[in-house]
Design a protein around this ligand. Structure first.
Ligand code: MG
Ligand code: MG
Length: 630
């Protein structure tokens, strides 16, 4: 598999782009004319620079408004093409992309266009070059790959072929399986892009909202399956026009792009087993049974305050690490580890972010296989020196610099808590609050990074992305999306902050990019939990009376029910499949908090309609802090 990316897909000047593209592991590039027009050097210099990065120039583009012109424009179009051929030869690239015409004077007629492409093929052949015809979704006469293919077929010249672009096919809802009949040697080049499903003008959608395969909503896998089934084995090239990417970090975007291609081809290989596809061998997407533990990095003072808070929620101190200053708090199937070591990864995370969650441990079927898949997809493994009795728990670096560990039930890993922790030897009348497991881990990041996180999780784990929802914070909008396994065992929510005035944005800024802002614990009986919390002295987030009046009216709740919600500061929501109850803690640290939820029936959401009221109450409660900064 030969990977390529259009230089237009990422930000920076040509030098920065090439460095980022090469570092991410691509084999080649599509060069956009604008990129070297702006470059201070000859086309020959550009070609040499690309090759110095170990990259090939797989395609030159774009050449526009060529076919179907009457004279004298037709002759001029051929002259233009000859000049571009000169340029291509200097650059050292042999293929040119010609996109379907939007010229006001261009005429239709498959045979007329085929004659133009036959002649262009003849001229290209004399120079040892090739031309590929791409149907733009908004082309005047050709806007469907089936028509472009018919033009190419009738042109019947070995140096004229077809260029396919997943966006143009999928945006117009053309069945990608129509590609399966095209002979592989007539497909000269394949461009890949995804996009979020938005109803808008095709041109505008294409030029501003494309994203990496797997990041959007188009069936790029179905498209690529059809291409692969033809036997095509030329470059797979990302051509991504995205405003956000053009302002983003070239390295991060290039890494995402390469990961998206590997992920896509791994999916295609599994779906088309009879087709030979060269892609690194890796285990299938990893099913997780949920969160086994979360680890806080904290100072001693913060650790004590956090411990007091966990006690009010019914956690008990269940263990002390055999060698390290690390405490295990436990309730039901929830393990919260608090690390106050003066060195190691948790300590560096603490220095960077303050009190924060630095590590998430997931339960998986095979921890080693999880790391193998993550590595094949470009994730970094994580290791730090360990003591003689400590286990080697497979781990990787997450996107935001945090660590993810993987626990399976094989061998010693299944007994990690017994092996690494000794009994804390203390229990003091804390009442169990009925919390059973972690319902979801909510991560907050800058909005621009959301796609990176989404791709990272969906590529490695057997999870799907839920549609984006807007969470209304009084200080601005937060975009939120859940990443969940089909059985709901693993639920992560990603919250993209666009401004520092939101609770999420303030958290990102003040914790210097720490990612986990809240943890939600599950209970099977919210009212019993609320009683235990009260007994333990838990301080809930207090909600205004207006909220409960509104909830009663909105859902037609019985007055007794509303009174119970009001008394315990429980938020309520419903969807078609069930009901949802939420209790929030007061904020601590730089705006972290806990949530306790009960899902009744098959409620699938996260209480988004309650967010504006909850956030307003949290902002009121932000000062004073429950846990002072050290
Ligand atoms: Mg294209
Ligand atoms: Mg939540």
């Amino acid at each position: 598999m030969k990977t390529s990316i259009a230089t237009v897909s990422i930000s920076g000047d040509l030098r920065e782009k090439l460095a980022a593209i090469a570092a991410a592991g691509f084999d080649g590039i599509e060069i956009f004319e604008q990129d070297f027009i702006a470059f201070d050097g000859t086309p020959r210099d550009v070609g040499a620079m690309v090759r110095d990065h170990g990259l090939t120039i797989d395609l030159f583009q774009p050449f526009r408004d060529f076919e179907g012109l009457p004279e004298p424009q037709r002759s001029r179009a051929f002259d233009r093409a000859e000049r571009k051929f000169d340029l291509m030869q200097e650059l050292g690239t042999e293929m040119m992309l010609v996109c379907s015409s939007v010229h006001p004077q261009a005429l239709g007629g498959i045979d007329r266009m085929a004659a133009d492409y036959r002649e262009l093929g003849e001229r290209a052949e004399k120079r040892g070059l090739r031309v590929g015809f791409e149907a733009l979704a908004w082309g005047h006469h050709v806007n469907d790959h089936r028509d472009a293919w018919e033009v190419v077929r009738r042109a019947d010249h070995p140096n004229t072929g077809l260029i396919l672009d997943s966006f143009h096919t999928l945006a117009r809802r053309i069945d990608p399986d129509t590609i399966r009949q095209i002979p592989a040697d007539r497909i000269f080049f394949v461009q890949l892009a995804d996009a979020p499903q938005i109803e808008m003008d095709l041109f505008y959608w294409s030029r501003h909202f494309r994203n990496m395969p797997g990041e959007g909503d188009l069936d790029v896998t179905g498209f690529m399956r059809a291409v692969a089934a033809t036997g095509y084995d030329g470059p797979l090239s990302l051509e991504i026009f995205n405003d956000q990417f053009r302002g983003g970090s070239p390295r991060a975007i290039a890494v995402d792009g390469h990961r998206s291609l590997i992920y896509l081809m791994d999916q295609v290989r599994r779906a088309e087993p009879e087709v030979r596809i060269e892609v690194p061998d890796m285990p299938p997407r990893i099913r997780s049974d949920g969160v086994e533990f979360v680890e806080f990095a904290a100072s001693h003072t913060e650790a004590e305050a956090l411990g007091r808070m966990l006690r009010t929620m019914g956690f008990t101190r269940a263990g002390q690490h055999i060698a390290k200053d690390v405490t295990l708090w436990r309730q039901g199937g929830i393990n919260v580890v608090v690390n106050t070591e003066p060195e190691g990864f948790a300590h560096s995370a603490y220095l960077m972010h303050g009190l924060s969650i630095c590590d998430i441990g997931l339960r998986v079927e095979d921890a080693a296989a999880t790391v193998a898949r993550a590595r094949a997809l470009g994730a970094d493994t994580f290791n730090q020196p360990k003591g003689p009795e400590e286990l080697d728990i497979p781990a990787i670096r997450g996107v935001g610099g945090g660590v993810m560990h993987f626990i399976d039930l094989k061998g010693e890993l299944a007994r990690v808590w017994e092996i690494e922790f000794r009994d804390a030897g203390e229990d003091d009348g804390v009442r169990d609050a009925g919390l059973t497991r972690i319902d979801h881990v909510a991560q907050t990041m800058n909005y621009e990074e959301m796609l990176t996180w989404t791709l990272f999780y969906t590529a490695i784990f057997a999870v799907e992305k839920a549609p984006m929802v807007d969470v209304v914070d009084p200080g601005g909008l937060v975009r939120s999306r859940a990443i969940e396994s089909a059985d709901g065992a693993l639920r992560l929510t990603l919250n993209g902050a666009e401004t520092h005035r939101t609770l999420a944005g303030r958290f990102v800024a003040e914790s210097f990019g720490s990612s986990v802002q809240h943890l939600a614990f599950q209970t099977a009986d919210i009212f019993a939990t609320a009683r235990a919390l009260t007994e333990n002295g838990f301080a809930p987030l207090e909600l205004p009376g207006n909220y409960f009046d509104d909830v009663q009216a909105r859902f037609g709740l019985a007055p007794e029910m509303t009174a119970r919600l009001r008394a315990a500061n429980i938020l309520y929501d419903e969807d078609a499949d069930g009901a949802f109850f939420q209790i929030y803690s007061r904020p601590f640290g730089e705006g972290m908090f806990f949530e306790i939820v009960e899902r009744r029936g098959n409620y699938g959401g996260y209480g988004a309609p309650n967010a504006p009221y909850r956030i307003a109450a949290q902002k009121r409660a932000m000062r004073p802090n429950d846990i002072p900064r050290q």
